[in-house]
Design a protein around this ligand. Structure first.
Ligand code: ADP
Length: 198
């Protein structure tokens, strides 16, 4: 069984991923794969330079992801070009992960399942729901970003309502970490039951 784990920025996807790993469930994060794809030795690095040039390189010849993100925000037309580079590499990475996975079920963390209409890639979608003000506070603290930047990202993502529409299960993360973990325990139990009844 393959679970797509989704949610807005700062909603708690990574924390949920850590929880599932602690249950010996294989977890992969699509964002990590895209970061690896654009790293200096990554599969997408030279193609990136061919298309975007060297303007985004820092002193170590690494792609400055923050500068790139800001550029894409201002030039949405270039987003497709970037996705054409990254998408096949990420897809391939997920396939490899699945081929090597033998945990009871597997989880792929993908922030943009609703935005990319890709819920059919998964047996089930799990959405993490978090109130906007809490999301802003947690994400800006974690990333050392301004609240305005986080708000911009939230506005570019699906609404909670749209995300919940495509989800089979929704877990709320508005309270303490302990409460969140308790909610995740319930979902883990539910998945095990679903597998056993299959
Ligand atoms: P995402 O992966 O969805 O962007 P994270 O899992 O990284 O979100 O969570 C964002 C930040 O908020 C992290 O620093 C995380 O440790 C923290 N966090 C997540 N859930 C809680 C919670 N219930 N209470 C306090 N901090 C939390």
């Amino acid at each position: 069984m393959l679970i797509g784990l989704t949610g807005g920025i700062g909603s708690g996807k990574s924390l949920a991923g850590e929880f599932f790993k602690s249950k010996n469930i294989d977890v992969i994060d699509a964002d990590d794969l895209s970061r690896i794809a654009l790293a200096k030795k990554g599969e997408g690095y030279s193609e990136f330079l061919n298309i975007f040039g060297e303007d985004f390189l820092d002193a170590n010849s690494e792609i400055d992801r923050k500068a790139l993100r800001e550029f894409i925000f201002k030039n949405p037309g270039m987003k497709n070009r970037l996705e054409e580079i990254i998408h096949p590499i990420v897809q391939n990475g997920i396939l490899k992960f699945l081929n090597n996975s033998n945990s009871l079920y597997a989880i792929v963390i993908v922030p943009l399942i609703a935005e990319t209409n890709s819920s059919s890639h998964y047996d089930r979608v799990l959405a993490i729901e978090c109130k906007k003000n809490i999301q802003i506070e947690r994400a800006s603290t974690r990333d050392n970003s301004s609240e305005e930047q986080i708000v911009k990202i939230i506005q570019s993502q699906s609404s909670t309502e749209d995300r919940n529409k495509i989800a089979n299960d929704v877990v709320k993360n508005n309270g303490t970490k302990e409460e969140f973990i308790m909610n995740l325990e319930e979902i883990h139990k539910k998945y095990l039951t679903l597998i056993n009844n299959d």
